[in-house]
Design a protein around this ligand. Structure first.
Ligand SMILES: *Cc1c(COP(=O)(O)O)cnc(C)c1O
Length: 338
């Protein structure tokens, strides 16, 4: 087991990382909520409190993505997603901090009315924003390529970051999160049976699965899809884990059977709030004074509540929830967010 761990740390040491996190994010108990849900212990890993540009899980992947961009001498980040995207906000923050341009491609059309939430922050950060005019999310990918070509033709040095930061470097940032969590959990006596987190583009779960395997962690990691159907999400996670393992020579594999993703909490679609998600947000706020978000963590925590009430967690073991951020979306009128 020792050699496994040593090899694992070597992987993380070998790949350059631009420090954007100020240190480990807090891990703490949520005792009032645990009582309410009849759980032995509930722990929250607070990646929402990453102190960089309103934080969130995307900053972890960006530490490695940004190091790679700087290594390539890039002067412009080109990325995209929907206007609610936390990933885009994290990219625009990193670009601002490092004197780079950030060119953003959003699906759909500009929302009516004043700018809200992440879109407002992205414009404030000075990013250049374009809309594809199509509600099809994949319309973003082609326009990102075109945008990168345009930047290059004008003498710039573009660096493309795929939607959600779902690429091998991004995944490795979440492998590093597992190492951080392991040390912290062991110091605090947090011994979760299950670690639960929200799944969008899949890079976060891929990294947590790969990292947990690599470091031989004593828990099961489970995801809750908030975007794609379960099978599609699982396939994407498996593919991302394999790509990261291959890219960085990680001696661990994530098989399709290791990927546990709960479905049934998306509601009307990605980014559309659900009554269960809103109830989870309210309960978390009222019992713990912690703010979840309507797009990701509210829906994922609704799944945790559902599983707890169904008795799907062991009564004698802890459950940990990764709070991946997203709070700026609390300040978006749902009607304007479509
Ligand atoms: C992007 C995001 C997730 C999901 O991460 P993926 O790597 O895209 O699966 C979860 N929570 C929040 C707040 C996010 O912004």
């Amino acid at each position: 087991m020792m050699t496994l761990r040593t090899a694992a740390s070597e992987v993380l040491k070998a790949v350059p990382r631009l420090p954007l996190l100020a240190g480990p994010t807090p891990l703490h108990r949520a005792p009032r909520l645990a009582g309410e849900l009849d759980l032995a212990e509930l722990w929250l890993k607070r990646d929402d409190l990453i102190s960089f540009g309103f934080g969130g899980n995307k900053v972890r992947g960006l530490e490695l993505i940004m190091a790679d961009a700087l290594k390539h001498g890039a002067d412009t980040l080109v990325t995209g997603a929907g206007p609610l995207s936390n990933h885009v906000r994290a990219c625009a923050t990193a670009a601002a901090r490092h004197g780079m341009s950030c060119n953003v491609v959003y699906w759909g059309s500009p929302p009516p009315g004043p700018r809200q939430g992440n879109l407002r922050l992205v414009e404030l950060l000075g990013a250049t924003v374009r809309f594809t005019g199509s509600a099809d999310r994949e319309s973003v990918d082609a326009m990102i390529e075109a945008e990168a070509n345009r930047v290059g033709a004008n003498g710039g040095r573009p660096y493309v970051i795929p939607r959600g930061g779902a690429c091998p470097h991004g995944v490795l940032g979440h492998v590093a999160a597992v190492r951080e969590f392991l040390a912290q959990a062991s110091a605090l006596g947090c011994r979760p049976d299950v670690v639960l987190l929200a799944v969008g583009s899949g890079g976060t779960l891929a990294g947590w699965l790969l990292g947990s395997r690599l470091f031989n962690a004593p828990w099961r990691v489970e995801g809750v899809t908030v975007s794609r159907p379960q099978a599609e999400a699982a396939e994407q996670v498996t593919r991302l884990a394999a790509a990261a393992a291959e890219r960085f020579g990680i001696d661990a594999t994530v098989g399709e059977r290791d990927v546990i993703i709960h479905d049934g909490f998306i509601g009307g679609g990605y980014g559309i709030p659900t009554p269960e998600g809103n109830a989870a947000i309210a309960l978390m706020a009222r019992r713990e004074g912690v703010f979840l978000d309507p797009t990701y963590t509210g829906k994922a925590f609704a799944a945790l509540m559902h599983l707890a009430r169904e008795g799907r967690f062991r009564r004698d073991r802890a459950v940990a929830f990764v709070h991946t951020g997203g709070a700026p979306t609390l300040f978006v009128d749902p009607e304007a967010a479509r």
